[in-house]
Design a protein around this ligand. Sequence first.
Ligand SMILES: [Zn+2]
Length: 110
Amino acid sequence: MLWKCDVCGFIHDGDQAPEKCPKCGAPKEKFKQLSDEQKELVLKSRRTNDLHMKLFSLLEKIESISTEGKDLNLDPGCVAIFGQAKDFAAVTRQKIKAELETHMHKGKWG
Ligand SMILES: [Zn+2]
């Protein structure tokens, strides 16, 4: 079961609500049990957010590999490939940041 603190939004996993919120200290009564539908959304969101963060780390690697490849400047073909990969990684990282920001405001972060 998932329980959400009404005061700060902290989500607790367990058979019952905690005695007090680990984050804000609100008492047990401030916790509401999430419905099955809300629980499913939280679990799916957690997994999706984890995947976004994994992808974000990989994109950081792509950016650093591409920068090194571009700087070596072997020939125009190589520089073009590394440049495109670097741009793709940078833009996709920014897209992920924007998407995660919307998740935080739409109950898709928990
Ligand atoms: Zn709280």
